[in-house]
Write a protein that binds this ligand. Structure first.
Ligand code: PMP
Length: 289
C-alpha cells in the first residue's frame, strides 16, 4: 500500500508522523471517510467540502486547495489501483509542543490512506441488526458541534464499548434531552407508512453524506421525508428502522433494546432504498483512472 503524506507517496512502513503531532497528542485535526466503487470516488466533492468546513470550524488552515485535495485523493487511489475501497483523509494540526496551543504547530499534515474496506457481514443486511440505546450521551452541540469530524471520537467510542458489552455491534446515542441522536458512526432513520424521519441537525448529529443521499433518493421515490426530533418510543414503534453511513451504506435494524421493530426482519422500504443506494453508488463518482 502507498500512503500519501504531504504530497508524497510512501510505503506502509515509511508512512510515519511525529509523536509531537497534535493530532496524536490532543486529537486536534479533522478527517473524512470516503468510498470508492468501481474505480470511482463516491461523493468526493461533498466529502472535501465537509473536510474544509470541519477545518474552518477548528481554525485549521489546510495548506492546499480543494481541487488539489481532490486530485491527491484520486492520485492516491490510482497509485494503489483501488477499484473498491475506503479512503481515509486526515488533516492533523501538525507538530507542536506538549502544550495545547494549536498556533505553535506550523504545518498541518495531510494524510491519505486508500484501504480496502472491512464491510459489515452480509448477514447484517440479510437479517438486520439488533442494537441498543446506551447511557453515554452524545456530546452537546453547544460544546462540540458534531458536524466537526474531528480526530477525537471518544464520545462515540465510549458508546461503542457499551454496545459491544451488551453483545451487539452498534449503539444508538441519545442527546442530553433524551432525544435520539445517531449511532456511533452512522445516522438513523425510521419508516412509518410512506414517511421517513431522521433526527434534525439540532438533535446533535453529524449531517451524514449518506443520510443526505438517502433523503434525496427517498423523496425522488415519492416518500415523504422529515427531519424531526424523536424519542426511543418512536424508534420502538416504527415500522422500520435503518442506519446510514459511508461504511455501512444502508443497513436495516430489526431490534432495539430487545423490542422487535416491525416484523423483526428488514422492511420493504429499507430494502428498496438499499438497492437504490447501491445502484447510484455504482453509477456515479470521480474516476480514479
Ligand atoms: N455520524 C457519525 C458520528 C459519523 O462518524 C458518521 C460517519 N462519518 C456518520 C454519522 C455518517 O456520515 P457519512 O454518511 O457522511 O459517512
Amino acid at each position: 500500500m502507498r500512503v500519501y503524506i504531504n504530497g508524497k507517496l510512501y510505503s506502509e512502513r515509511d508512512a510515519k508522523i511525529s509523536v509531537f503531532d497534535h493530532g496524536l497528542l490532543y486529537g486536534d485535526g479533522v478527517f473524512e471517510g470516503i468510498r470508492v466503487y468501481n474505480r470511482r470516488v463516491f461523493m468526493l466533492a461533498e466529502h472535501i467540502d465537509r473536510l474544509y468546513r470541519s477545518a474552518k470550524a477548528i481554525a485549521l488552515e489546510i495548506p492546499m486547495s480543494r481541487k488539489a485535495m481532490a486530485d491527491a485523493v484520486v492520485r492516491t487511489c490510482r497509485a494503489n489501483r483501488t477499484a473498491n475501497g475506503y479512503v481515509r483523509l486526515v488533516v492533523t494540526r501538525g507538530v507542536g509542543t506538549l502544550g495545547l496551543n494549536p498556533f505553535v504547530c506550523r504545518r498541518p499534515q495531510v494524510i491519505i490512506i486508500a484501504a480496502t474496506i472491512q464491510l459489515y457481514p452480509k448477514e447484517y443486511y440479510e437479517k438486520g441488526l439488533s442494537i441498543v440505546t446506551v447511557p453515554t450521551v452524545r456530546n452537546l452541540s453547544e460544546a462540540l458541534n458534531p458536524n466537526i469530524k474531528s480526530l477525537n471520537y471518544l464520545n462515540n467510542i465510549l458508546a461503542k464499548i457499551e454496545a459491544i458489552n451488551a453483545g451487539v455491534p452498534e449503539a444508538i446515542m441519545l442527546n442530553a434531552d433524551g432525544r435520539v441522536a445517531e449511532a456511533t458512526g452512522d445516522n438513523i432513520f425510521t419508516v412509518k407508512g410512506r414517511t421517513l424521519a431522521t433526527p434534525p441537525p439540532q438533535a446533535g448529529v453529524l449531517e451524514g453524506i449518506t443520510r443526505n443521499v438517502v433523503m434525496d433518493l427517498a423523496r425522488k421515490s415519492g416518500y415523504e421525508v422529515r427531519e424531526q426530533m424523536m424519542t426511543r418510543y418512536d424508534l420502538y414503534n416504527a415500522d422500520e428502522v435503518f442506519l446510514t453511513g459511508t461504511a455501512a451504506e444502508v443497513v436495516p435494524v430489526v431490534e432495539i433494546d430487545r423490542r422487535r421493530i416491525g416484523e423483526g426482519r428488514p422492511g420493504r422500504v429499507t430494502q428498496h432504498l438499499e438497492k437504490q443506494f447501491r445502484q447510484l453508488a455504482a453509477a456515479v463518482g470521480v474516476p480514479v483512472g
